[in-house]
Write a protein that binds this ligand. Structure first.
Ligand SMILES: Nc1nc2c(ncn2[C@@H]2O[C@H](COP(=O)(O)OP(=O)(O)O)[C@@H](O)[C@H]2O)c(=O)[nH]1
Ligand SMILES: [Mg+2]
Length: 387
């Protein structure tokens, strides 16, 4: 992250970061890019900002189309408990995987660029419906961007989890590296950030720093950094461990972290042992969960389903009413409480909450009576008493 930007570029970037509408963001970002000098030290930042601008522009166009009642071929309505975006290079088997994971019939072909629009399907895993969205390739077979890259990345950005599909028969290590850096350029990080930074402009009071974690620099340096970006009054919240460079990146590029699972597909072509070795190598290098898959191997598809479900960090809770347990679960984020469950069912139920009885792993005694703050576990059965 270059720190030596001219003051006017920094000020414009700050205006872009705090812009509220997409139109304003586009305008400010265009101006900011024009103010950043063209040299080696600013290369990465300029690339990231140009990609961000392209993404914002295509999002703006899509919104406009929607507003004017036109058909937006690239928007996918969320259905089910979560949405997983399938991304990868051309011909890696994205559509084939969608079809075996769900009831969808996305066109499969042995030539690249056979998928030209998003294609949704519903995956049933552990009684829960999870939506998968097959996307046109973000890279060609030669790992170059395609005409779909920006729009596919936009869908990925709005999803809950990424399924990255690699073709194990043609240098999967390079594929993953190019995808990682492509996503980074588009402001999506596959690595959980060591810190989270939130900036809120205020009407006065100077720059206030709230640190929930550890700063790897002096507080005065952070305040100086914010001033150099033209902030005079703001609350800056830093959560986790943060260096000055990381704070600057978060303030300007605002990368979003996306959880992901990697499918090392066509593993039948490698054979089980080699596939396992390559998967291990990929996992070590990337820090991501990697599952060898083949559309011809049912067990590997089950493994992938489990990995996807696990990475969503959701728990299934079954409600009970008058002694009858529902046959379909409700899904909640891990760590959710009984009160949050009640809120999900109905606001009235949460308002009148008295107590709940719980059966399952979150209680010591089955049928135990619990209060609103009790944390639930996967598979729990809950009967809420309200009145
Ligand atoms: N051997 C093998 N071939 C596969 C597998 N998955 C997909 N394919 C083939 O790879 C080609 C591209 O598949 P497709 O699903 O259209 O890829 P996409 O472009 O990523 O959507 C087709 O010829 C598929 O039959 C797999 O697991 N093993
Ligand atoms: Mg396809």
């Amino acid at each position: 992250m270059p720190t030596n930007l001219p003051a006017e570029a920094k000020a414009k970037l700050a205006e872009y970061s705090s812009a509220r509408t997409i139109e304003e963001k586009v305008a400010k970002l265009e101006e900011a890019i024009g103010l950043i000098p063209d040299h080696k030290g600013t290369e990465k930042l300029r690339r990231q900002l140009r990609k961000r601008l392209a993404d914002l522009r295509s999002e703006m166009e899509e919104r406009r189309r929607r507003r004017t009642g036109g058909k937006d071929e690239f928007s996918v309505e969320k259905e089910g408990w979560a949405q997983i975006a399938i991304i990868g290079p051309a011909n890696s088997g994205k559509s084939s995987l969608l079809n075996v994971l769900t009831n969808a019939k996305s066109p499969v072909a042995d030539y690249p660029l056979s998928t030209v629009r998003p294609y949704p399907g519903m995956m049933l895993v552990r009684d829960a419906e999870i939506q998968l969205v097959d996307l046109p390739p973000v890279l060609t077979v030669d790992l170059q961007p395609t005409g779909f890259t920006s729009r596919a990345v936009s869908v990925a950005r709005n999803s809950d989890l990424l399924l990255i599909v690699l073709d194990s028969t043609s240098d999967p290590v390079a594929q993953l590296e190019v995808i990682r850096s492509l996503l980074e350029d588009h402001g999506i990080s596959l690595k959980r950030p060591s810190c989270e930074v939130k900036v809120q402009r205020t009407d006065g009071g100077g720059i206030r720093l709230v640190v929930l974690g550890r700063l790897q620099c002096r507080a005065t340096e952070v305040i100086e950094l914010m001033r150099s970006y033209g902030y005079s009054s703001a609350v800056l919240k830093v959560i986790g461990d943060a260096t000055l460079d990381e704070i600057e990146e978060q303030v300007i590029v605002q990368p979003v972290y996306k959880r992901s699972v990697v499918a090392l597909n066509k593993s039948d072509a490698l054979g089980p042992e080699r596939a396992r070795d390559v998967a291990r190598l990929l996992a070590e290098r990337s820090g991501l969960k990697v599952v060898p898959t083949s559309v011809h191997d049912h067990l590997s598809i089950e493994d992938l389903k489990e990995a996807l479900f696990g990475s969503l960090s959701l728990i299934r809770v079954y409600t009970q009413k008058d002694g009858v347990v529902s046959n379909k679960p409700l899904l909640l984020p891990e760590g959710s409480t009984v009160l949050e469950l009640a809120e999900m069912i109905h606001k009235e139920l949460a308002r009148g909450f008295r107590y709940a009885r719980v059966w399952g792993r979150s209680v010591k005694v089955q049928g135990q009576r619990v209060g609103p703050d009790h944390s639930l576990s996967d598979g729990d059965v809950v009967e809420i008493k309200a009145g």
